[in-house]
Design a protein around this ligand. Structure first.
Ligand code: ZN
Ligand code: ZN
Length: 266
């Protein structure tokens, strides 16, 4: 499906979701300011959206992209294309996809969201993520008869206390509200691992060994065997964190498919 197709459907979903009464209410709750440029917000209903000129600044992940990790490629590629990183490698998740590339404005928004306590940004970021639910493979999964859960990538409780929130959990709950999907916070981080940023792929995998565990408290909703999971995070870079979580979801909760959805592709 062409990108325009996703967008139109997203607008339709939003139009259905926000009736007139709710629109009036939301209009008074949300100031009409674009979170990207502080100019007038994008025309639309519900939580604040980026304005049209900020949207134009984003670099969409459009075809062709790697069918496994969602990395976009500038040149035409053969059908079923996998990038050099993913070719011949078995990933624990089924595939990863993000709506936009993590650069310039989007990189800045995610930085503010993650490190500067600008948590209201969860709304416009979740609206961007809503677009990938229209990606044909994701749409097929959502149309299937198995339940589809949003599971946020966990951060360590100490980091969460320092930051005030887990950014992935905020994105999952905002996206869950927009798309009407259930959220299962069924993973936790057992170790505060050192930052992954300076590590290469194999060091990242080592760094994450045993870093996650399932949450099995009786009051936490968890996916049932055979259900599907959309694993939610802010950015996908090498995919090692997503891989560790996907492995655990399949092994411990016996879920069928794990699709990684992030606000941006690093
Ligand atoms: Zn703007
Ligand atoms: Zn790839």
């Amino acid at each position: 499906m062409a990108r325009g197709g996703w967008m139109t459907s997203v607008r339709r979903v939003l139009a259905l979701g926000f009736g007139r009464g709710r629109r009036a209410l939301l209009g008074s709750l949300y100031p009409a300011v674009c979170p990207g440029c502080s100019g007038p917000a994008g025309v639309g209903d519900g939580p604040p959206a980026l304005c049209d000129s900020c949207m134009d600044e984003l670099e969409p992940v459009s075809t062709p992209y790697c069918l496994v990790c969602g990395e976009p490629f500038p040149l035409p590629t053969p059908a079923g294309f996998r990038c050099g990183n993913c070719r011949g490698r078995r990933m624990p998740f089924d595939f990863a996809i993000a709506p936009y590339v993590s650069e310039d404005l989007l990189l800045d928004l995610i930085h503010r969201f993650k490190y500067q306590r600008d948590w209201p940004l969860r709304q416009p970021l979740a609206r961007l993520m809503l677009e990938v639910l229209e990606e044909p493979r994701v749409a097929r999964l959502l149309a299937g008869d198995r339940r589809c859960w949003l599971v946020p990538v966990p951060i360590h409780w100490r980091r969460e206390r320092r930051r005030g929130y887990n950014q992935a959990a905020l994105l999952a709950s905002a996206l869950g509200d927009l798309a009407g999907l259930p959220v299962a916070s069924c993973l936790r981080r057992t170790r505060a691992t050192p930052s992954q940023a300076m590590l290469n792929r194999s060091a990242r995998v080592r760094n994450l060994r045993g870093a996650f565990a399932p949450v099995t408290w009786p009051w936490i909703r968890t996916p049932k065997p055979g259900d599907n999971v959309l694993l939610i995070d802010d950015v996908l870079t090498t995919g090692s964190t997503a891989s560790a979580c996907a492995r655990l979801l399949k092994r411990r909760f016996k879920v069928d498919k794990v699709v990684v959805i992030t606000a941006a592709r690093g």
